[in-house]
Design a protein around this ligand. Structure first.
Ligand code: PHE
Length: 467
């Protein structure tokens, strides 16, 4: 059978926006600000940026280059590079397969909050028990999941240029405008507590950006390092097959180095600004204690309270905020589905439409099961990390804490030691661009990245609790 024409991005901008759309997601918005606040503000930021330029750069470059070189999806790319590493491709396809249902279920939660603020009912979402009441309901979370999921499928169904690239070109600029607008607003607020204490957004900004070395120990520094690395790794959408799939749609004459730098700047920039949006707002209205939350409880419990405390402006800012979260989640979910769909297309030689229907159906069932995990199928399972979780958390644990580090370690070993880094360097430089940081790349991929990743695996999986 003759090779079907493979989709491609029309140019570098399309690739950068689509990949940034994948990278900028819930992780940037609900985890980065929390970690920065917890880990000594500016200290975390400095470590994060250094890691982004070395560790993140290495893994991102590797995946994009593997994609472009093989012109294959994650499932089939590894086999082409080295038969012995086929299992990495399988795992790398399994990761997005596991993530998709629960990421879309969370996307549905965002739809719900966006709708509540849009229709002027945002203030109710600040009431105690609102979030739990919503996710434990039997029907509504499934409906909001479906709304989000259909949008994701529709975009992927339309293809690489007409769906993924075109939607990113509209959504990403809108997201940036919202992020900048809300950040500026956050810096202008102030609030007086019942006891007369006044706190301002600018004071909150200082808490965020000024490094705090108070009581810093070696162990504490190590924790910051691991937090920053885990966050970076997730934030760049590495080890999920996504960057291989997107890399495979990049034209051979594109300047990969430039695009990769831009993606990193985009992702880190939005993560930083997420802190500028959230930390001053939470600090002003709730004080330092308010910043103890991350993840769903930051986004769906603490922030609605902050919006309520803002009074009249709260509903408007809340609506814009959740519109922004929705955009960020949508482009990330699109990339997850694309990683699986492209794998099915390449492996089974199915059409995009057929692959979308089949994976769409499986993820639909999966998503409904995740939603039912908070009511009909409720259970409490203690994970090796000590956290108690439901279906969503179990899927998250398996994909993020186990499979992703394993995939990334294997990737480093394969490129660093078996195939050798030159394969990546040659791929990047074949269009005539220079490979900046070549020395760093080689040392990172061979030694530092696999060691750091191994420690991360032990830590995030809960197998080693001492660190
Ligand atoms: N990079 C995304 C984020 O920071 C992570 C992600 C991407 C998760 C795609 C799932 C799917 O949120």
């Amino acid at each position: 059978m003759s090779e079907k024409k493979r989709g491609s991005f029309s140019g570098s901008l399309g690739f950068v926006l689509a990949a940034s759309g994948s990278a900028v997601g819930l992780g940037n918005l609900w985890r980065f600000p929390y970690l920065a606040a917890k880990d000594g503000g500016g200290l975390f930021l400095v470590i994060y940026i250094i890691l982004a330029l070395t560790f993140g750069f290495t893994l991102l470059t590797t995946e994009v280059a593997i994609g472009r070189k093989t012109k294959q999806s994650p499932l089939t790319a590894y086999n082409q590079l080295h038969k012995g590493f086929n299992f990495v491709g399988v795992l790398q396809c399994l990761v997005p397969f596991l993530i998709l249902p629960y990421y879309c279920a969370i996307g549905g939660w965002v739809v719900k909050y966006f709708w509540a603020f849009l229709t002027g009912h945002g203030m109710q979402s600040a009431e105690d028990g609102y979030f739990t009441g919503f996710i434990t309901a039997q029907v509504e979370p499934i409906i909001t999941f479906l709304i989000f999921f259909v949008a994701v499928c529709f975009i992927v169904f339309l293809g690489v240029d007409k769906g993924i690239e075109s939607s990113s070109k509209i959504i990403m600029p809108a997201l940036i405008i919202l992020v900048l607008g809300i950040s500026v607003f956050s810096l202008t607020i102030s609030h007086t507590d019942a006891d007369g204490t006044v706190r301002t957004g600018l004071q909150g900004l200082a808490v965020y950006v000024i490094p705090s070395f108070k009581g810093l120990t070696v162990k504490g520094f190590f924790t910051v390092l691991m937090d920053a690395m885990g966050q970076l790794f997730f934030s760049l959408s590495i080890a999920m097959g996504i960057m291989i799939a997107y890399g495979s749609y990049v034209k051979d004459d594109a300047n990969l180095m430039k695009s990769i730098n831009q993606i990193e700047i985009f992702d880190t920039g939005v993560a930083f600004l997420a802190g500028v949006m959230i930390i001053p707002a939470v600090y002003t209205f709730m004080g330092s204690e308010g910043m103890a939350a991350s993840g769903p409880s930051l986004m769906f419990v603490s922030l609605p309270k902050v919006f309520k405390a803002m009074g009249f402006m709260g509903n408007i800012i809340g609506c814009l905020f959740f519109a922004m979260v929705l955009f960020a989640a949508l482009t990330s979910a699109v990339s997850v589905l694309e990683a699986v769909v492209s794998s099915l297309m390449d492996f089974f030689k199915w059409s995009r439409q057929k692959s979308c229907y089949i994976e769409g159906f499986i993820a639909l069932i999966g998503g409904i099961i995740v939603c039912l995990g908070y009511n009909k199928l409720y259970f409490e399972l203690t994970l090796p990390t000590g956290a108690v979780g439901q279906i969503l958390d179990v899927l998250d644990y398996i994909s993020n804490s186990l499979f992703m580090p394993i995939v990334a370690i294997s990737e480093c070993l394969m490129i660093g030691w078996v195939i050798k880094p030159d394969i990546i360097i040659n791929e990047v430089t074949k269009s005539g661009c220079t490979f900046g940081r070549e020395g760093i790349y080689k040392v990172m991929i061979k030694f530092i990245a696999p060691i750091l990743l191994f420690i991360l695996l032990l830590k995030s999986s809960g197998l080693l609790t001492a660190i």
